[in-house]
Design a protein around this ligand. Sequence first.
Ligand SMILES: Cc1cc2nc3c(=O)[nH]c(=O)nc-3n(C[C@H](O)[C@H](O)[C@H](O)COP(=O)(O)OP(=O)(O)OC[C@H]3O[C@@H](n4cnc5c(N)ncnc54)[C@H](O)[C@@H]3O)c2cc1C
Length: 603
Amino acid sequence: MDFETYDYDVLVIGAGGAGLRAAIEASAAGVKVGLICKSLLGKAHTVMAEGGVAAALANVDDRDNWKVHFADTMRGGQYVNNWRMAELHAREAPDRVRELEAWGAVFDRTSDGRILQRNFGGHRYPRLAHVGDRTGLELIRTLQDYGVHRGIAVHMEFTVTRLLTADGRVVGAVGYERERGRFKVFSATATVLATGGAGRAYKITSNSWEGTGDGHALAYQVGAELMDMEFIQFHPTGMIWPPSVQGILVTEGVRGEGGILLNKEGRRFMFDDIPEAYRKQTADNEEEGWRYTQGDKDARRPPELLTRDHVARCIMREVKAGRGSPHGGVFLDIAWIKKKLPDAETHIKRKLPSMYHQFKELADIDITKEPMEVGPTTHYIMGGVRVNADTQMSTVPGLFAAGECAAGINGANRLGGNSLSDLLVFGKRAGEYAAAFARDNRRAAINQAEVRAAADEALKPFAAGSQGENPYAIQAALQDMMQSHVGIVRSEQEMREALQELGTLKGRAARAGVTGNRDYNPGWHTAIDLGSLLTVSEAITRSAIERKESRGGHFREDYPERIPQFGKINIVTRKAADGSMQVVRVPIPEMPPALKHVIEDQR
Ligand SMILES: Cc1cc2nc3c(=O)[nH]c(=O)nc-3n(C[C@H](O)[C@H](O)[C@H](O)COP(=O)(O)OP(=O)(O)OC[C@H]3O[C@@H](n4cnc5c(N)ncnc54)[C@H](O)[C@@H]3O)c2cc1C
């Protein structure tokens, strides 16, 4: 077999916010850039982001600055974040947002014409620059419009299945066109992974079909390390009814605009359990909470805006105690603000247009008049490729990672809005340092045997044909198992069972069979996705077993407390020489005194 081959200095895999920003930066450095994505350009998962991009612009509250943002991010991540990434992120996010505005992003405005910012969970001050509840769409549109003029070569609807290596370096990638099934080879001096998340490993998720953890698995297969994989964010508010829309996100922006959580008795249960670390910053009565959402600088935030891990667990507690809503969640009510605002209906439709339409069209609920039913949904993976904070290079030379598929900035729990800013800050850095790597190193020859092996592997399901296992059935079994065994509440016994089940599922995936030809064959695509889903699921499970405590998105009923010694380590998974998955505890480097002081000052 001979494959069409393309040569680039920098190859970017993924065209969400992180990939587009990396490609723009690399091309600005004057190198030849290729950009690959599984979907059409402009359709990446980032387009779904709703609430906003976090940056300490201080447009709405002048007490905000990078130090407060840094301290909020570290507290939200329960101090196992890569502090250098959290620092760079907080310092650089405002410039990245202003740059986006200069490139044409039309943000909502303050009355004096500056970028408007809204409240979000875990952020001390209103910090999220937004465009109604369609911020991701504007971010992608702007980056795409700006990027297409830079001569970046784009390969759409193309799935990368393997990274290629030579002399311990990543030197390119191989994969297939989803439309025709033809294989192509990309030779590159530097490769940036920007493949997003892995929510599709779970049954109930807000993630798009692209979120199968491909970048995590691609990196792992070539020897890169994964970090923090046990930390999965279960967003507290996903739709739960009707079943066909289960998991679709209900933005935190609803709570930022004054939405409240109620159990079936009508009780505002979030006031019942306020963690000690947040007590001083949280309102102790409903009136104060409302004033906070309306911009009163003397008021403290309502408990609905505590971090996502905590809110999700409080919802689970209500449901388990039999105080849930009819379909197994709780009520989220924004309609109640009509008691406070004369023009509440117009206000809700203007501030939350997508939520209004989402509920009207999918659940026949008018959110300006009635409460929504919501429950936790798998939303984001804090874990990912372990990278150098400044350069975003992984532990394998020539391989970089940015955005949701990289680890570090969020620690045990991500604050809402910190992903879009992460994409901009670290997408830029990855592009910049990948271009520098490409200039400093020579293109290496591609090993054709490696390419053929990758193509043979990808084509195996056709050989099994109708005698093979149904890939959809394997995927569904995996998602059910991860949801029930490695979900919001975890235990050693269930996770050990999960590991056994993963072994069985791996065997079934090796026997997966598909029929038909290679022209847009969704069964085949599903069979290929299984490899990534199984790898990330195993990394999540093994890391979660290793962390014998509860912290952020990782809650263990057999170890319900936070244990100080686990606050000093990250959990890293990597491929051992015998092909098995190795789990190691890696100490977190000591934080410099200046940053420690910043955290102390903000307590
Ligand atoms: C409904 C929803 C709302 C959200 N709202 C917010 C918000 O308001 N604020 C915020 O900060 N965060 C939000 N998030 C999180 C945020 O949207 C994501 O974390 C972020 O968009 C991820 O961006 P990314 O660039 O890393 O990857 P993505 O946008 O997921 O892009 C991944 C890219 O990689 C490509 N790709 C993947 N695998 C392969 C492969 N094998 N070969 C080739 N290409 C591949 C995909 O096609 C895609 O182009 C939200 C998430 C969801 C689900």
